[in-house]
Design a protein around this ligand. Structure first.
Ligand SMILES: *[C@@H]1O[C@H](CO)[C@@H](O)[C@H](O)[C@H]1NC(C)=O
Ligand SMILES: *[C@@H]1O[C@H](CO)[C@@H](O)[C@H](O)[C@H]1NC(C)=O
Ligand SMILES: *[C@@H]1O[C@H](CO)[C@@H](O)[C@H](O)[C@H]1NC(C)=O
Ligand SMILES: *[C@@H]1O[C@H](CO)[C@@H](O)[C@H](O)[C@H]1NC(C)=O
Length: 811
């Protein structure tokens, strides 16, 4: 800093040789300010009776200069007495004395009084903060190499230390004890206390809690599971947690985790961020920037309260907050403030209606839980209770009804098997939240409307999905959820107060999803004997499980990611369940083995039925087109892009005995190595002939690449010929046959003349097809392969269009 000032001074003084009086004045000013800066001193000790002031620009530094303690300014006139990393680029603050009470730039000082207290006073002399030391033999304040500010007596005993009053950060060797907590800042770029806390609960478990004036809610360890399931114990009452010098965090409840760069010699900190996540950061020497090397929560929506009251956290490519339908943001710039009703609350006591939002739930706040309840009965229960704001209905068995007194901790996730029904006055006019209006504009623009609670939450998501458009659901389920898989099934759920056995049964039935071991799969496939097929991502074998289920086992190639990410993604993808998607039964991850276990689909893939001797009749072709569109629309879920397939082609559309299509191989795009360059992805995923033009242009990939692939498949189904065989002379550019077809349709398809349809449809059908359906499919196919992706329809709108002519019987 100082040397920069000197250089600047030198430059300017050099320029003043032109004797311009204005410049001379400037020069004098600079000299004056420099002389003030030169006053600034860096101290190793602040002795009794001495003080630091903002104007004095004095600091206490640690002997190795890693930490600095002094006044930290932000904004125009707000200063905090703080400790920060000297060498991090943004001077990261690790401790603040007066976080909620900044002082003025003039006249504020920190001094050690004669009575031994260290006191921070504002310009008017008012005490803004003080140590509660009463020992009069305090000699000096000193900043240790660990970042600990201590008050010592002449003998060197520590009588007070900043490590005992943490802010939002724990430094290596600093101990978090009983009755102490780390409290997040309310938002990035502010020191004000927020609502997220790390502390030891009364059950002796190290926990994260959302704790606002209105409500509090524990979210880590995962409240769905009991303490032991989460790998903790509550019998050790010493309540100690510490991050050591090698990046390992350990606590007395048996919690342990390590930074990914575990080892000595790296500067780290453990911080609870404004987004409610707890992270270990490591300082990169060369850049002075921080790298996240561990985090407690891998799925941002698992943090409770992240979208405030009446908000819903949406699992999407980039997680985001929305308001519950019928509610609007209290403060458009701050999700912590939550949402408020747009209607007069007293109207809820008269005539009401319910709006369904699918795959959504609010954690906790249950007025009642009723198993074996019909949807109608649940609705009545909520209607008749004035405290009820809505209810969650889980579709399993005879149905489960959860009546909600508050709409808090809302989340929307592909693996939640149920819907929430919001209670609204009948007079309120609304449909679903605007995010679900599936217009293509909406889908195109959603990357721009980033609304999530705090910037850092967004950044994290962004970083993890820095290939964003390929990695599908941002971060997958939390570490605890992983444990769930590792440990198998258990019976001690507490969520919603459901009797344990009921909830466990629910998991069993709804999932059928588990982790297999390698030996088991080796046996099931008879040592990988019968090969069903091979593709870019691996070879598929037929197998029979011990319970006689016939399965297809896919052995993934070498390029796949680490164990943890793999598990996390599997848990989310594995729970995706749709009739037009091949069901995943489980996976295996052992050493370098990565295998996926799918349901076995009987009747071969679509290409075998189209391009070879067998061929499908019209009815089946239409059913395949519609089913495939439904499967893809589910994966893309209303523009949220839960999963982008990236390899839609006939080989990946399997047919069951009734010719129902089932899409295979979804969810693989994001499993490729995270750090590999763009070309790698192209190599792994995507098949020539079905790849949208934006692949080649290296544009970010959106769900529209699947729409393109689908369009090619539809056109191939109509012609009964592979696109690559449409034209022989120029095989290099797949766009040419498509352009020709488009021209043909344009030129001949006018004046109500429909003979053009005959000229395109597969002659093997001998005219046995529905003209209307064929025309619709051709139009859809062509719209889907538009070069400009914003002109392509969404899969949801394709489904809608096709359903409108589903019942055409004219053949
Ligand atoms: C000092 O004691 C007061 C009152 O007990 C308390 O509010 C304050 O937080 C304490 N300050 C420190 C630095 O411990
Ligand atoms: C409780 O935890 C502390 C800190 O981890 C440890 O030193 C102590 O031995 C533990 N006590 C028991 C009874 O396990
Ligand atoms: C970073 O710098 C510190 C102190 O200068 C040094 O001890 C350490 O080895 C460096 N770490 C790396 C990874 O370069
Ligand atoms: C809501 O409606 C009630 C009864 O119609 C009325 O008394 C009250 O003033 C209304 N409140 C607001 C905020 O409009």
């Amino acid at each position: 800093m100082r040397s920069q000032t000197l250089k600047l001074l030198y430059k300017i003084s050099f320029k003043t040789k032109d004797n311009n009086p204005y410049n001379m004045l400037l020069f004098l000013l600079i000299i004056m300010s420099f002389s003030r800066a030169a006053n600034s001193k860096s101290l190793l000790l602040l002795r009794r009776g001495a003080s630091l002031s903002v104007e004095g620009d004095d600091f206490i530094t640690s002997p190795d200069n890693s930490f600095t303690c002094g006044f930290y300014g932000m904004g125009s006139n707000a200063y905090w007495f703080a400790i920060w990393f000297t060498n991090s680029k943004d001077k990261t603050v690790v401790w603040i004395a007066n976080r909620d009470m900044p002082v003025n730039s003039q006249g504020s000082r920190v001094s050690i009084r004669g009575d031994g207290t260290m006191v921070l006073t504002d310009v008017d002399g008012r005490i803004k903060w003080q140590t509660n030391t009463t020992s009069i033999d305090i000699a000096a304040a000193e900043l240790l190499n660990t970042g600990n500010l201590v008050l010592k007596n002449p003998q060197g005993d520590i009588l007070w230390q900043s490590f005992d009053v943490p802010t939002d950060t724990l430094l290596p060797s600093q101990i978090l004890t009983k009755d102490k907590r780390l409290t997040s800042s309310s938002r990035k770029g502010s020191f004000e206390s927020g609502y997220f806390n790390l502390y030891f609960g009364s059950d002796n478990v190290l926990s994260l809690i959302y704790d606002s004036p209105d409500t509090s809610s524990l979210y880590w360890p995962n409240p769905d599971f009991d303490v032991y399931t989460s790998g903790r114990t509550n019998y050790n009452g010493s309540r100690l947690a510490v991050l050591d010098d090698t990046g390992v965090i350990q606590s007395s409840d048996h919690f342990q985790a390590s930074a990914s760069d575990k080892g000595f010699g790296i500067k780290r900190r453990l911080t609870i961020d404004p987004d409610g996540n707890l992270r270990i950061y490591s300082l990169i020497n060369s850049t002075g920037l921080w790298m996240t090397t561990w985090q407690a929560i891998s799925q941002p929506c698992q943090v409770h309260g992240v979208c405030g009251t009446n908000g819903i956290c949406v699992y999407a490519l980039t997680p985001k907050c929305i308001c519950t339908p019928g509610y609007e943001m209290n403060d458009p710039s701050d999700w912590n403030a939550g949402c408020k009703p747009t209607f007069n609350k007293t109207l809820l006591n008269s005539q009401v209606k319910f709006l369904e939002v699918s795959q959504t739930d609010y954690f906790g706040s249950d007025l009642y839980y009723k198993p074996n309840f019909t949807l109608e009965a649940c609705r009545e229960l909520c209607r008749s209770d004035s405290l009820c704001k809505g209810f969650t209905y889980r579709t399993w068995g005879n149905g489960h009804c959860y009546v909600k007194s508050d709409l808090f901790n809302g989340f929307m996730s592909p693996d939640f098997p149920g819907s929430v029904y919001i209670k609204l006055p009948r007079s309120v006019q609304l449909s679903k939240p605007s995010i679900f209006h599936g217009s293509s504009n909406m889908c195109e623009s959603h990357e721009a409307e980033i609304l999530v609670g705090s910037p850092s939450m967004y950044e994290i998501a962004r970083r993890t999905v820095r290939w964003g458009y390929i990695y599908l659901f941002c971060l997958a389920l939390g570490a605890i959820e992983l444990l769930f898989i590792v440990l198998g099934w258990w019976f001690l759920f507490t969520k919603h107060g459901v009797p344990a056995s009921v909830e466990a049964g629910y998991r069993m039935i709804s999932n059928h999803f588990r982790r297999f071991n390698y030996a088991e799969l080796k046996k099931a496939t008879n040592n990988f004997k019968e090969e069903l097929g091979r593709g870019g991502s691996g070879i598929v074998y037929k197998g029979v499980l011990a319970d006689d289920r016939v399965v297809a086992v896919k052995r993934l190639g070498d390029v796949f990611q680490g164990q943890d990410e793999f598990w996390a993604e599997m848990t989310t993808i594995g729970k995706i369940n749709h009739i037009n998607l091949v069901r995943m039964y489980g996976f295996c991850s052992e050493g370098r083995h990565r295998l996926l276990v799918y349901e076995y689909v009987d009747n071969m893939s679509l290409d075998k039925h189209l391009f070879y001797v067998n061929f499908l009749g019209w009815k089946q072709r239409f059913a395949v087109a519609l089913g495939t569109a439904k499967g893809l629309a589910y994966l893309h879920h209303e523009c949220l892009e839960w999963v982008i397939h990236c390899d839609v082609k006939p080989e990946n559309i399997l047919l069951d005995i009734e010719f129902q299509p089932k899409i295979a191989d979804f969810g693989l795009a994001k499993m490729s190595q995270r750090d590999s360059p763009g070309s790698e992805i192209t190599r792994i995923r995507g098949t020539k002939g079905y790849m949208a033009p934006e692949w080649a242009l290296n544009h970010p990939l959106t769900a529209k690449v699947d729409v393109y692939g689908y369009g090619v498949v539809v056109l191939e189904m109509i012609k009964g010929v592979k696109l690559s065989n449409w034209v022989v002379d120029d095989a290099e550019d797949q766009e040419i046959p498509l352009k020709n077809l488009r021209r043909q349709v344009k030129e001949t398809g006018q004046c109500g003349n429909s003979s053009w349809v005959e000229s395109i449809v597969d002659p093997r059908l001998k005219g046995k097809f529905s003209r209307i359906q064929a025309e619709t499919l051709i139009q859809i196919g062509l719209a889907c392969v538009e070069e400009d992706r914003s002109k392509r329809p969404t899969m949801a709108s394709v489904v809608q269009t096709l359903m409108e002519c589903e019942d055409e019987t004219e053949i």
